[in-house]
Design a protein around this ligand. Structure first.
Ligand code: ATP
Ligand code: MG
Length: 631
């Protein structure tokens, strides 16, 4: 279903509901661009409104405490950046704090290596949790104590059914569940069993501790959810101290309350868990075990982005099967990958401000992210010259042993950043496609007899070219007009339409350049209709009764892809070339971002670049070559 949903800036963006939630809905084109008007001001969104209301009513005495709660079981991706920018951003806007809390309740999948990488990524995005770095495992003692409290209140019991039996008696979305035969155990028996679970007397799976809520509830999350299970496994922080571990919903609600979180912001799939969240901490507050006011949970739509996948399972597969060069491959939608690609934290913030926060699922087109990066890089990147596909140009009437310095601005919109010298000489490198012998209409660059300006230098006229035995152009010959040097009075005496870049062959430095592009060749990798629907108005050309299948990031039921997403990888997503770059680039430090004029934004590789072996990664081209006009 296409709906106009208020955008962060008050404009409307097209929103695409996903197949599972709206089976009769055609997929519309993903959001391509925000409206131009006032798009970068801090707009309103429902979370800003909630917080402003709470501040006005004094619900939390003006405190704003949010949290970002990653599970340390993988690297953060662009979707997490949305959550980070939201949580840390809302806190900062309101003079509050955002906690970094590692949600480390699963001892089998977690690792300290991931924790370090997560903390680095949050810091890289520009946020600071101060002293508020926590772990769910910090609360294991409290969580255990509260579990005993629930047992003592008659609100929890040890269930000894098998996992299969529990699944069978849970009911379905349309049918209620049925009570466990162990539901009416006495408080004393429950306490005894739970303590023996903790003491390690039982094997994995023998018992679980469940809340006693309502097996007939319409909300399956309230059908006596399990809150503790037996896991004889060492935890990366608590070691062998525990062989029972608390489950997510229980842990999360109590962790929020212990930390006095005010606004607990999570993604939409937790909407149906909110009654359980409220139940757990509400009961504890009623029993004076927790203080009011309690945190309130709010849900927002997760980021879905075209031309990538954001599911952890798929990202792991891409790395393990070596479709990419690791987690920090610049094509990966991870934050370590983004950094290595030359994307900027400010670009992510701009992107998130533009896409806004909504309560219904939608798809954002990759071009919106790339545009945000372009816009930020345009501000901060110094201009430099690189010739990516070099061919030699000889200026026959220029002295063989002479050189002179031409001067090029470091940033055309920022004269205060000065200029640098570009050595000019008789032999230059230019781009191969800046010369042709069969110029099409509108081609204003070099061709036999044609004139162009060598940017920041002279006007030259082409007088011929040499070819090798295979017919490839090897040398282009020109003559120059000494009266036309840029910056002199004669520069404007003659108008030419073409303006090409060049590097003196004697001064050029060879560099490894990695031309990265989108990792997938289609907007919806793995979807039955991987191109989606090109227009929001025209229905997709799908057989009647077929919902468009979208390869969602979490493989939710009903959204299983019919095709293998790996078949949609872009074969041209990485191209390695040797280019010539201007001498000033030898001094680039790793992670310096520059614009290669006429090509795009590049970054000196943070790991492999050195003055001796310069390596530049392409972050993004100057213009979007993916969005088809009229598409
Ligand atoms: P898992 O399946 O392991 O839970 P996850 O993607 O939810 O995977 P977490 O580490 O639990 O990863 O996520 C931390 C926070 O980031 C959560 O609050 C989660 O809601 C949020 N988050 C994850 N993916 C997205 C996304 N695509 N858009 C916005 N927020 C996201
Ligand atoms: Mg999660």
């Amino acid at each position: 279903m296409n709906a106009a949903v208020p955008h962060g800036d008050g404009s409307a963006v097209a929103v695409v509901a996903r197949g599972a939630s709206a089976p009769d809905a055609p997929a519309a084109a993903p959001v391509r661009a925000a409206s131009a008007a006032g798009k970068d001001a801090l707009g309103s969104n429902f979370l800003r409104t909630v917080i402003a209301d709470d501040n006005r009513s004094g619900k939390y005495d003006g405190r704003v405490v949010t949290r970002f709660p990653p599970e340390p079981n993988g690297y953060l991706h662009y979707g997490h950046a949305k959550s980070i920018v939201l949580n840390f951003g809302l806190a900062a806007e309101n003079g509050g704090v955002c906690h970094l809390r590692f949600d480390d309740t699963n001892p089998l999948k977690e690792d300290v290596e991931y924790e370090d990488s997560i903390a680095d990524a949050v810091r890289w995005l520009g946020y600071d949790w101060g002293t508020h770095r926590y772990h769910a495992s910090d609360y294991y003692d409290a969580l255990y104590r509260y579990a005993e409290w629930f047992i003592e209140q008659g609100l929890a019991y040890v269930d000894s059914q098998s996992a299969l039996e529990m699944r069978r008696t849970r009911g379905t979305l349309t049918q209620p569940g049925s009570n466990s035969p162990f539901r009416d155990r006495s408080v004393a028996e429950n306490l005894d069993l739970f303590r023996r679970m903790r003491a390690g007397e039982f094997p994995d799976g023998a018992h679980v501790l469940r809340l006693k809520i309502d097996m007939g509830s319409a909300n399956v999350n309230l059908r006596d959810p399990a809150i503790y299970r037996i896991r004889h496994a060492a935890h990366h922080r608590t070691g062998d101290a525990w062989c029972i571990y608390p489950l997510y919903d229980y842990t999360h609600a109590i962790s929020d309350a212990i930390e006095h979180i005010t606004h607990s912001i999570c993604t939409l799939e937790f909407q149906d868990h909110r009654p359980l969240y409220d139940w757990v901490i509400g009961k504890l507050a009623d029993g004076r075990e927790l203080d009011r006011p309690l945190p309130q949970q709010y849900e927002f739509a997760r980021l879905n982005l075209t031309y990538v996948v954001l599911s952890k399972r798929k990202l792991i597969e891409l790395v393990e099967k070596k479709f990419v060069d690791g987690w920090d491959d610049p094509r990966m939608p991870t934050l370590v990958g983004a950094r290595r690609r030359g994307f900027t934290p400010e670009g992510f913030r701009l992107f998130n401000e533009r896409i806004g926060v909504t309560k219904s699922d939608s798809w954002i087109d990759m071009s919106v992210l790339e545009d945000a990066m372009r816009e930020d890089l345009n501000q901060r990147a110094l201009r430099r010259i690189a010739v990516l596909d070099p061919v030699r140009l000889v200026i026959d009437n220029y002295p063989a042993d002479a050189t002179e310095d031409c001067h090029a601005p470091n940033h055309p919109q920022k004269p205060e950043l000065g200029k640098r010298a570009l050595p000019f000489a008789r032999e230059l490198w230019i781009e191969r496609d800046d010369y042709t012998e069969t110029p099409a209409k509108g081609y204003f660059r070099l061709a036999p007899g044609a004139e162009v300006r060598l940017r920041y230098a002279y006007i030259v006229r082409c007088i011929g070219a040499e070819r090798d035995a295979a017919g490839n152009v090897t040398v282009i010959h020109c003559t120059y007009d000494p009266a036309t040097r840029s910056g002199t009075a004669g520069a404007d005496s003659r108008k030419v339409k073409g303006n090409i870049h060049w590097i003196s062959a004697a001064h050029a430095v060879a560099a490894e350049v990695r031309l990265y592009d989108r990792l997938f060749a289609v907007p919806f990798p793995g979807a039955r209709n991987p191109w989606g629907n090109r227009s929001a108005d025209a229905p997709a050309a799908l057989p009647a009764g077929h919902a468009p299948v979208v390869a969602g990031d979490d493989d939710e039921p009903g959204e299983e892809a019919e095709r293998d997403y790996l078949d949609d990888l872009n074969a041209d997503s990485k191209r390695l070339i040797t280019a010539f770059v201007e001498p000033a680039l030898v001094g680039a430090a790793p992670e310096d971002r520059v614009q290669f004029e006429r090509h795009g934004y590049f970054v000196a590789d943070m790991l492999d670049h050195s003055a001796r072996h310069p390596v530049f990664n392409r972050a993004v081209t100057l213009r979007d070559s993916w969005t088809k006009t009229g598409g």
